[in-house]
Design a protein around this ligand. Structure first.
Ligand code: AMP
Ligand code: MG
Length: 313
């Protein structure tokens, strides 16, 4: 109740003379801090839509947690029947299809391998070759590379139901915009510098769009002076060593953006560029190991030097 009053107060305070009202909240979900901002014509609608997005995030988190042994996903991984509904079954089928489309670079069944590296319970360790081989053979679902994008996509559906003018959902590395900013200007989304030096560049985005980054700096540990990050090469079971530090994908479909950012990171620049040329439907920004930046033709990037990737090789 206290929280609701607080949100209503923030919203009231943020009501502008242009007739728009903003409600915002910070939530911790899916192991990350998320910042939600929703603009509507009045407090009630802004607050209602914010609440709907919050509930959606909680529902998805509890359903798809690979860490919580009681989650439906964990039960499914143990061979039990979690009673998936239509939306959940469709999600799993989509992930399988996207795994195939990305030539296996996106692999939603690397749960045992992530666990072997200690990424689930922060018991970080380097598994032996035998342990990795055993983990690769024991396929268990882990939808972590797609869940926040899926959440952004479903959140858009929630926002469409309410009388929402626009929204900015920062789902921890996954940004989902909705509609046009109240002042009519494009959304400005910063791309983080992999070295932790703040913002590397800024993307200009119009309307409803997902901007998703996968990077080796987002989750990693160091042992004996060597860095081990969380994005795994499904062929080897080791952290992908593709020459990339991060990949940002800009796409209307949040799920695709999330799946592709992970897959392109695993593929490396050459294969990723070929994938973009062949499939299209998205833009991408690549940060290489030497910190140089490349961006596909239509990515509206500013604030840094970069090479443009065109249609021709
Ligand atoms: P993201 O930050 O979206 O790139 O997702 C990374 C997360 O997805 C990791 O923390 C793992 O849980 C899982 N994962 C790691 N490697 C892969 C991969 N090659 N394909 C799909 N999921 C992966
Ligand atoms: Mg991803």
């Amino acid at each position: 109740m206290k929280k609701l009053l607080c949100i209503a107060l923030i919203c009231l305070l943020l009501c502008g003379c242009s007739g728009t009202c903003m409600a915002e909240d910070t939530v911790f979900a899916m192991d990350t801090v998320m910042q939600l901002q929703v603009w509507a014509e009045d407090v009630g609608h802004a607050d209602g839509a914010l609440g709907a997005v919050r509930s959606l995030l909680r529902r998805l988190e509890s359903t798809w947690s690979a860490v919580d042994a009681d989650s439906p996903l964990s039960r499914y991984n143990r061979g039990e029947d979690p009673g998936w509904d239509q939306e959940e079954t469709a999600f799993l089928l989509q992930l399988e299809a996207l795994s195939e489309k990305t030539g296996g670079a996106f692999d939603p069944k690397l749960g045992s391998v992530s666990a072997a590296w200690g990424f689930y319970d922060d018991t970080h360790r380097v598994p032996s070759g035998d342990e990795i081989a055993a983990a690769l053979a024991k396929t268990t679902w882990d939808v972590g590379a797609a869940l926040k994008g899926h959440a952004g996509k479903l959140a858009v559906a929630e926002l469409e139901k309410g009388k929402v003018i626009c929204a900015l959902l920062n789902l921890g590395g996954n940004v989902q915009t909705f509609g046009t900013k109240p002042d009519g200007s494009p959304w400005k989304i910063g791309i983080q510098s992999p070295d932790g030096n703040g913002t590397l560049g800024v993307l200009s985005v119009e309307g409803t769009m997902a901007v998703v980054t996968s990077g080796d700096y987002q989750r990693f540990f160091e042992l004996d002076g060597k860095k081990y990050h969380h994005i795994l090469n499904p062929e080897t079971g080791y952290p992908a060593d593709s020459g990339l530090r991060s990949v940002t994908v800009i796409c209307e479909d949040g799920l695709l953006a999330d799946v592709y950012s992970t897959a392109l990171f695993v593929m490396g620049l050459e294969e990723a560029t070929a994938f973009w040329r062949e499939n299209g439907g998205f833009e991408a920004v690549f940060v290489l190991s030497d910190n140089s930046v490349l961006a596909t033709r239509e990515a509206k990037l500013s604030g840094c030097e970069f090479e443009v990737i065109g249609d021709e090789e």
